[in-house]
Design a protein around this ligand. Structure first.
Ligand code: DGL
Length: 270
């Protein structure tokens, strides 16, 4: 048993889709979340920059004595998988848990992956799926406008702007006949309804936040790190830009009010 917090980070708000699922799956756990809102987006930056940012994000969480680090960010998980080897606490990104689910759930072996440009260029999901099952066909599509849409609150499934952009990005996957789509960026679950409307009800959408939360629960239990307290856990939020916009959009992600105000930190110090 270990009552220290779980540390979760993302380039911005997207990782809150994992936090929302963690609060559901592990209500007794304490969570420390860092959103690098001053440097979002990561997805169109170089590998070296993304790795440096990811290390700073993890260092901030470790300074707060977290018992596990979660990169709730498809981009970091894809571009900096070696982060795991330098941390002294258990770590997961989002690629592994979502690929497990796609391999298990797809019936026709045709899987779509959507993510940021850096994620798609890394072929991280495709590589992982084909390592496990080479007969799977994986269709990849980057969706660079999705993160700014979400960060600015354009998430309504009936908004014509949202519908148009979804159609533009998803049409190749639809034409390819995929029966499963990995939402390979943690910002994307918030656009799930709009994506589902376009792809149709027979296509399974895999929420990277949800799969990662469930996987985290398993890792904590396997490592004897579960919080056994009966009290509801505390979630604290830190950001690298002013907290105002974060707090407004965060309630959309979490689908509830934040109990604690977000605090601003200087991430360059870590
Ligand atoms: N949530 C991040 C991801 O999963 C956002 C990407 C970005 O910052 O560009 O990739």
């Amino acid at each position: 048993m270990n009552n220290n917090a779980i540390g979760v980070f993302d380039s911005g708000l997207g990782g809150l889709s994992a936090v929302k699922q963690m609060l559901k799956a592990m209500p007794n756990e304490n969570i420390i979340y860092f959103g690098d809102t001053g440097r979002v987006p990561y997805g169109n930056r170089s590998k070296d920059t993304i790795r440096r940012y990811a290390m700073q994000d993890a260092n901030f969480l470790l300074k707060n004595n977290v018992k596990m680090v979660i990169a709730a960010c498809g981009t970091v998980s894809s571009v900096a998988p070696d982060l795991e080897s330098v941390l002294k606490v258990p770590y997961t990104g989002v690629v592994l848990p979502t690929c497990f689910t796609a391999l298990k759930e797809s019936k026709n072996g045709k899987v779509g992956v959507i993510g940021t440009t850096a994620t798609i260029n890394s072929h991280s999901y495709k590589t992982r799926i084909n390592q496990k099952n080479p007969s799977f066909e994986v269709f990849e599509q980057d969706c660079p406008l999705f993160v700014p849409l979400v960060e600015n609150g354009f998430i309504d499934r009936n908004d014509p702007v949202v519908k148009l952009i979804v159609e533009r990005y998803m049409s190749n996957l639809k034409n390819a006949g995929v029966d499963t789509v990995i939402l390979g960026c943690t910002h994307y679950p918030i656009l799930k309804d709009a994506i589902a409307d376009y792809m149709g009800k027979d296509v399974l959408l895999i929420d990277s936040g949800k799969e990662t939360a469930l996987y985290t629960k398993k890792v904590l239990s396997e490592n004897g790190l579960t919080n056994t307290s009966n009290e509801i856990g505390n979630a604290q939020f830190f950001v690298s830009d002013t907290p105002d916009n974060f707090e407004k959009i965060a309630t959309l992600f979490l689908e509830k009010d934040m109990n604690n105000k977000a605090q601003q930190i200087n991430i360059e110090e870590y």
